[in-house]
Design a protein around this ligand. Structure first.
Ligand code: ACO
Length: 435
């Protein structure tokens, strides 16, 4: 017996093939040698939605969905959330190791000195309607940064990449805060380098006429924890978009814009906004059973529940629940928490959810905290995009350094018409004729 060989017998030809198995995978391209005859293209795998396909090797994030484990660069998420700042975790995710004191100081300095937006970008934001969704503004503005930093197109230069990474991590909170101020018709607040990453973000969101904004330290820390929890989650939909677009050697601004666009969907990062809308629609705990019945009948989805990878409690949801208690001591309890807790209790005991291993995911409780802090639901996904930029960029950098990677280009199984021809009597369109 050879543990590292998969033997396949093709029933069509009676031929046997031996494929090497490495880290629990076979290379899909090895299947191409399996042919019915010389004319045959060779065997492919059909895997809509990438249910069972590894598209890369990555050393950034480890998830064991059955056991509810999440680790960045080997460190359990619980330890990072308890003991690190967001920028410390960002450094870890990007560089593979936690920073020394000096490295952290340099990194924080670097990010802080990239928080300003070019004044033309500020004017660009002015063009949006007062009721534009903040995610639409964020996606477009991040893409527009590509026009401000044309040197970013030199994606094969590690120094250039490093520069854009600091730029994007520095500017995301500024763009996010400006989308918020724009929707309220408030003047934009410039970044304050005396403040930490999340305290400065809160300053740009909520400073009014006071000379210096003082963020509540409990809320600034809670936001930092939420940012840590959202920093990366391996090959999710938006990271896959980042890798797909980045694989064409597009610049990181348009690639991050594409990733943020993927995040905005209600099945991905947009779910946190939908959870709040769902809790509003449910209204009171008495309405929960009828809501659950509609979910079970397939008429509705329980937003914030279920995950492609987690078939156990999402470890981030557990930390968020704990963080919520800290936040509520400052802001007062968000009454929606009671509806969410009751909904979770009923769902976790119901056979429909138990059988399908549907548990609360990161989005189930995050919106309740964000709302208590003073955010409107349409800002929730923007709050997700700020920290996830770190993960997108870490994967982009890993992709650019990976000699095995090429432009991402899946195959298809063609199911359309066989060759056919236009009617012979149909006239040709001559050059110069009106069309
Ligand atoms: N409510 C009710 N039923 C659900 C839910 C849900 N939230 N999620 C999954 N199911 C059911 C499906 O209907 C399906 O049932 P079936 O076997 O009878 O057909 C079964 O559970 C398996 O679900 P799939 O849709 O096949 O799972 P998939 O891995 O494709 O989808 C997803 C995962 C998109 C997250 C899904 O669970 C969902 O839509 N959840 C709600 C939206 C949400 O919270 N998204 C955030 C995810 S976390 C993140 O992206 C940050």
């Amino acid at each position: 017996m050879n543990e590292n060989i998969l033997t396949i017998k093709d029933g069509r030809t009676e031929k046997t093939y031996s494929l090497p198995v490495e880290r629990g995978t076979i290379r899909a391209i090895d299947l191409r040698q399996i042919k019915e005859d010389a004319e045959d293209f060779g065997l492919m795998t059909y895997d809509p939605a990438f249910m069972n396909t590894a598209s890369c090797r990555s050393s950034i994030t480890f998830i064991d969905g059955d056991r509810g484990i999440l680790r960045y660069r080997g460190y359990p998420i619980e330890e990072l959330a308890e003991k690190c700042t967001f920028l410390e975790v960002a450094y870890l995710v990007l560089n593979g190791e936690l920073p020394s004191e000096k490295q952290l100081a340099d990194w924080v300095y670097e990010v802080k000195h990239h928080t300003m937006l070019h004044e033309t970008t500020k004017k660009f934001l002015e063009g949006f309607r007062y009721d534009a969704h903040p995610m639409g503004m964020l996606v477009s503005t991040v893409a527009a940064l590509s026009t401000v930093y044309p040197e970013a197109r030199n994606v094969l230069d590690p120094q250039v990449r490093r520069h854009q990474i600091a730029r994007l991590i520095g500017k995301m909170p500024t763009i996010a805060a400006y989308t918020y101020r724009h929707s309220l018709g408030l003047p934009y607040v410039y970044p304050d380098n005396d403040l930490g990453y999340t305290a400065n973000f809160m300053n740009m969101l909520w400073k009014m006429v006071e000379p210096k904004y003082a963020a509540d330290p409990v809320l600034a820390r809670a936001l930092s924890i939420l940012f840590i929890l959202h920093a990366d989650h391996e090959q999710n939909c938006s990271t896959n978009a980042m890798r797909a677009v980045g694989s064409s050697q597009a610049d990181p601004f348009v690639s991050v814009a594409a990733a943020a666009a993927a995040l905005s969907g209600p099945l991905h990062g947009g779910a946190n906004e939908q959870v709040l809308r769902m809790l509003d629609a449910i209204g009171t705990t008495e309405n929960i059973p009828s809501y659950i019945e509609q979910v079970k009948a397939g008429k509705l989805k329980l937003m914030g529940f279920g995950h492609r990878v987690y078939k156990n409690y999402d470890p981030r949801a557990r930390i968020i629940k704990w963080t919520a208690e800290q936040v509520f001591q400052v802001t007062g309890r968000n009454p929606k928490l009671d509806i969410a807790l009751a909904l979770e209790k009923i769902a976790l005991e119901d056979e429909y959810f138990v059988k399908r291993k549907l548990y609360p995911n990161v989005d189930f409780y995050s919106g309740i905290i964000y709302q208590a802090m003073g955010f409107k639901p349409d800002m929730f996904t923007v709050l997700f995009a700020i920290p996830r930029t770190v993960g997108w960029l870490a994967h982009w950098d890993e992709l650019m350094r990976d000699p095995e990677q090429k432009i991402a280009r899946p195959r298809q199984v063609y199911t359309g018409a066989d060759v056919r021809h236009l009617p012979a009597e149909k006239p040709k369109i001559l050059v110069g004729s009106a069309v």
